[in-house]
Write a protein that binds this ligand. Sequence first.
Ligand SMILES: [Zn+2]
Ligand SMILES: [Zn+2]
Length: 465
Amino acid sequence: MFRKLPLTASMIPMFALSLWMTSCQRPLEQSPSQRLGALGQAQNSQLRAHAARTPRADGMQVYFGNLHTHTSYSDGILTPREAYRMSAGNGLDFQAITEHNHAAAGGTDGIWLTPERYEDLKAAAKEFNQPGKFAALYGQEFSTISSGNHMNVFNAATIIDVPNGDYKQLYEKWLPAHPEVAFIQFNHPNYRSDLGLAPQDTHNPTRSAAQSAAERAAEIAEEQHHLAEMQAEAKLFPQSRSSSNLFNDYGYDDYNRNFAAMAQAANPYVRTLEILNGPGTSPKPIGKADAKNEADYFFYLNEGFKIAPSADQDNHYAHWGSLHTGRTGVVARALTPEGVYEAIRARRVFATEDQNLELVMTANGRYMGEVLPYTPEVNLEISLRDPDEPTASYIVQVFADEPGKEVAKPIFQQQVPAGRNQLKVSWKPSASSESYAFVKVSQLNTDGQFDDAWTAPVWVSPSRR
Ligand SMILES: [Zn+2]
Ligand SMILES: [Zn+2]
């Protein structure tokens, strides 16, 4: 990514333009493709630099996007058309507008999506879709924080009319009746608050300090130790004790606080969990996402959820695609809503703090995200590509785990020098129960800055022969 590029400054003209257009209620007389074209020219050309990417050998390609945004159709600003236009101009390949759905919550805050607005959002997405250039997705952010946290539901034909927080009804009745729904996402997780523990110590290292590879490696070890400690505390917590209404994320309370039962209900639909989110209520772009939910990714995987990590912006202001450099990456056959959704359903997904780092893992020749039959040895191949940072080196880690015990631990760690972008690691999965492995990398730049990225796991199931 462009460490020294002030995204903020490049956004000012666009932001001002958008505000002006809104205040003047200026009608849009151009076709969507004209608007996208004009927008591309209006933006800093560097932001489009990553658009020319090379397809992989099998014809698939990595695309970068944002799966969580708002406009004035719920509690953000401006309109879906302005949000799609701005994100495309900022170089995103896909963006979902996911307005709050509080209609069934009996809310009085006036920020929920109405059926009329939802129809217009769908129409806007249709206008802004350009196969091969931009995929405009839409969804709804279901529930409220106190009633079970937020979940994004993508591509539903209608407004979700399930009562607020009734995740059991959503998983067992509404979703089976809505096959058009592409997938669902666990938004801004915080398992510690859900278990009634003290707020998560995000343990965010000082991002401004330059670091050597050795310093970063030591810090990574410290982060792992911290993560394991938090997990151990969660395991010791007597879960029956609390009656807090925060004991309810994504339907935990609806399944008697039994993660296994909840995972069984959610797994047919859930595909992603936000390892990065926002801060979308910050009016100004920031350098890095501050809510790093890495511990949650480890936690929910260990509880049996079949999820990939996503890196979203949750925009509530006019910084779609420029709030920070974090991106959700997908490996897709085509840049269309169908292509992006198919990739996410297959969990060919990674999350990155860098706006164009391509991180792909295969296992025995199959992509990340799959559930493979058991073999005593699994050949993991990790590929790294960052066209504008050829001098970066990487610390690559492979984590492996079986659900239900402690969280995933590193089984491999290596520093990869600049210029090398392929790595092979052999993993011996459990022969008796399902296990999974995934990759985390720290990209180290010559200026001492770093960006982290995580892949979806591959699962190996001995019962699948
Ligand atoms: Zn939310
Ligand atoms: Zn949101």
